[in-house]
Design a protein around this ligand. Structure first.
Ligand code: NAD
Length: 295
């Protein structure tokens, strides 16, 4: 059993903290929102009065927050009270630069640290089936692996500080671009009189095959579990896809990488979000590509 502090009990963090409790760890957690604290308490998570109270004496601290500015602010507040030698893990999706700054702050305090963003969404957080992409030293990874494994199915060490975030935004740039490509193909098929099922049957077993087609197919019918069958509700929100595409564009600019398809994908998801589709699954981008305003 490890004493773990958990800061940020939202849609992802709440169930993740609950899974640490299920795995037999003692969890003391904090969130600014009363509703999030109450929901986590129902899962057996111990609630502290402040983030600082949660981290005192914890061997491991996990943060799951909206963006880089929140992570740097919370780590700045808690690190002076963290046990020297404690392991601090951030699982939020944030920019690579902030992630590396957070590692430096932890190092100044004599703490080990990992950036460990996730894929798998709220379902993965609830079912403890997340994939963790992890950046940090070998020693920090060795200590963090058992804790992360209690919340996920795969834990991949991607290299030194910041490389977990780098892997996350590269993966999601592929995802955004591929969803637009798949959606365009269905729109073209509609114009050419080719049925959704016929295109799916061919492309899913041909060189057009990809996750956006076979798991989150943007038209209803071919894949029973895809959000398109549920009016694009649930799934991976378009607002989060836009956030990740913006992060990949910031990183590409800073690193001098040429990512023209990622740039177009960010523009299209920006427009889609501006049309009020931010809460819809990201496969709803097909509506924009059909050129119809949302109902
Ligand atoms: P969320 O908005 O539901 O939760 C964030 C929580 O952080 C909120 O409860 C908020 O009150 C809390 N918070 C903010 N500032 C705080 C502070 N200073 N101290 C304590 N608590 C604070 O977001 P989420 O969906 O749980 O996502 C969390 C992170 O995971 C984000 O970075 C997101 O991009 C990433 N992510 C989300 C998904 C998903 O499907 N929701 C999937 C993969 C990655």
């Amino acid at each position: 059993m490890t004493t773990i502090a958990f800061i940020g009990l939202g849609n992802m963090g709440g169930p993740m903290a609950g899974n640490l409790v299920k795995a037999g760890h003692e969890v003391r957690a904090f969130d600014l929102s009363q509703a999030s604290r109450d929901a986590a308490a129902e899962l057996g998570v111990g609630i502290a009065g402040t983030a600082v109270d949660a981290v005192r004496n914890a061997a491991v601290v996990v943060t799951m927050l909206p963006a880089g500015k929140h992570v740097l602010s919370v780590w700045g507040d808690i690190l002076p009270y963290a046990r020297p030698g404690a392991l601090i893990i951030d699982s939020s999706t944030i920019d690579v630069e902030s992630a590396r700054k957070a590692h430096a702050l932890a190092g100044e305090r004599g703490c080990l640290s990992l950036d460990a963003p996730v894929s798998g969404g709220v379902g993965g957080a609830k079912g403890a089936t997340l994939t963790f992409m992890v950046g940090g030293s070998d020693k920090a990874f060795e200590q963090g692996d058992p804790v992360l494994s209690a919340m996920g199915r795969r834990v991949v060490h991607c290299g030194p500080a910041g490389n977990g975030q780098a892997a996350k935004i590269c993966n999601n740039m592929i995802l955004g671009v591929s969803m637009i490509g798949v959606s365009e193909a269905f729109v073209l098929a509609e114009k050419l009189g080719l049925s959704h099922q016929a295109l799916f049957d061919v492309a899913s077993t041909s060189s057009g095959q990809c996750w956006s087609l076979t798991t989150y197919c943007p038209v209803p019918g071919p894949v029973a579990t895809s959000p398109a069958n549920n009016d694009y509700r649930a799934g991976f929100a378009s607002a989060l896809m836009l956030k990740d595409l913006k992060l990949s564009q910031e990183a590409a600019q800073a690193a001098g990488a040429s990512t023209p398809m990622g740039a177009v994908a960010a523009q299209l998801y920006g427009l889609h979000n501006a049309w009020g589709e931010g809460e819809a699954d990201f496969s709803a981008i097909i509506k924009l590509l059909r050129g119809r305003a949302p109902a």
